[in-house]
Each structure stands twice: as structure tokens, then as C-alpha cells.
Design a protein around this ligand. Sequence first.
Ligand code: GRG
Length: 297
Amino acid sequence: MTSFNYDEYYKNLGDSVNKTMDKYLTPDPNFPELLNEVIRYSVFAGGKRLRPVLLLATLEAFGIESTPLLPAAAALEFLHTYSLIHDDLPAMDNDDYRRGKLTSHKRFGEAAAILAGDGLLALAFRAIVDCLIEPDLLILMIKELAEASGVRGMVAGQMADMYYEHKTVTPDMLEFIHEHKTAAMIAAPLRMGAIAASASDESIALLTEFGYSIGLAFQVMDDLLDVIGNDQELGKRSRVDEERGKATYVSVYGIEESKKLVDKQTAHAISLIQHVKELEHPEYLIGIAKYLSKRSQ
Ligand code: GRG
């Protein structure tokens, strides 16, 4: 018997997401070419596709065909890309590079980058409507996406992150920032997948906690990679964080405690998955949790 190849499985899911996004971004001669160019530059700059892959893997873990929900997967990545473009702007993190390439505003100018981000945010909600699923479930999925990305989710986390710059940050504040800025958008695909699968409230709650746990582990790992990663760009970002007076898990807890926190959150997440009764393939989600705790980029 051949063993299941996780890398190939996740890569195939990511490829399907790329193809779906490509369809939504076909150039249209009736609209400004620059807008599509900035958007395509940012979307296809080499992201990991974590959020859409989490959605598709959740659906398949429940034994559900994921293809009809590819527009929701694309929506998650469109939204994520908008957040990165805006996060890099001079008014926010003022970064020159992302994923080893010039940031959108450095390459195309600030106005074009702002508009590309705005366009992607709207495109996310346009795309998700194309999911082939019962309308009452789709409405709940759209609500999840809006909540996770909006004023009670990512935008609130980003605001708190800016507000606490150059201030003394307690562990509780740090948790608030990252629970909202990063983890909410990682828990969202799990909740959306569970909703699409008509999972029980108990299972949705377990998957939500799984999402927040791997989301926090992901953020701690991100802070660790800034300090101990090989990538020059990542190293540069950590200096920028320091200059801007941003608290990170490493600055609050230190390297060794941060590594322990990643392992603790990952182990907790994996222990929760065992209790989600309806899952046919819990290993798809356990595999992602393990991959994230060992990632090098
Ligand atoms: C502008 C409203 C608004 C929000 C921005 C996502 C975000 C909020 C800021 C990004 C800052 C940052 C580097 C956070 C650390 C965790 C994180 C979200 C990393 C980027 O996500 P990855 O690693 O990116 O999934 P790729 O490049 O793989 O898509």
C-alpha cells in the first residue's frame, strides 16, 4: 500500500485555488489594465495559500467534494491579499518587500496599491456568491468571512496592533492583537467548512478552537522566523518591527518560551480534532497543524 502524500495533496489544493483565482482575474479590455496588473502581481506573488487550503481540506475531511466551494477558497485568498497590500503601505507597516518581491505600492505607487486592495476586498464577496451550495448555508459562510475580516476580526486586530506601538504590551494585549489580526482569518476557513458540511454546533466549536490554536501557533512561528529564519527579508522585517516598537511573541516571551508555545498550541489543536465525530479524514487537518509548526517560511 502506498502512503498518502500530504505535500502533493496540499499542493494540488493550492493549484485548484490558483486556477479559480485566475478565472476571476482575466484581463478585460473595457477596464483599466493597471488595476488588473497590480492585483495579479500581488495575488500571484507566491503565497502559501494557507487559508483556502484550510477550507478545502476541512470540506474533504468531512468527506465533502470541495470543487463546488472553490469560489469561497478564492475569496479567502483575495481577502488575505488585500490585507497584505494594505498592511505594507507607508501608513501601516511601510514595507518595501513581501515574499521576496517589491511590495505593491513600491512597484506601482500608493494609489494603485490602495485601489487594488479595495478591489480585492470587494472581489472576495463577489466570488463567494458563486459557490454551489444551499443559499442558507452560503449566507452563513459569507457572514463568517465578513466577521473574521472586519471590525470584530482582522481590522480590529490591525487597529490594536497600531494603537499599542511603542507601548508596554501585556500578554493579554498581545493575545488580543494576534487572535484578531491573524488567527480569526485562520479559524474562518475551518468554521466555513464546518458550516458547509452542516456540522453540529459542538463540532463547529471544536474546529473554531482548533483554528484559533493553529492560528496563534502560526503567529508565534512567524515572530520566531523573523528572528531565527534564514530569509534576509524576514530578518529585515524583524528590525522594522523593533524600530516601530511592535511587541512580538519573541520580544514578550523570548525564543525558547515561544518555541514551547508553538508546540503547546499545536498539540492542543491536534487533541481537539480527535473529538470531531463527523470527520472522515481528521488526518488532513492534523497534517496542516503539524506542517505549520515545522514550517521554515
Ligand atoms: C490591513 C486590515 C489590514 C490587516 C492586515 C494580515 C495582516 C493584517 C497583517 C500582516 C502582518 C503579518 C506579517 C502578520 C503575521 C501573520 C501573517 C498574517 C502572515 C502572512 O500570512 P502568510 O504567511 O502569507 O500566510 P503568504 O505570503 O504565505 O500568503
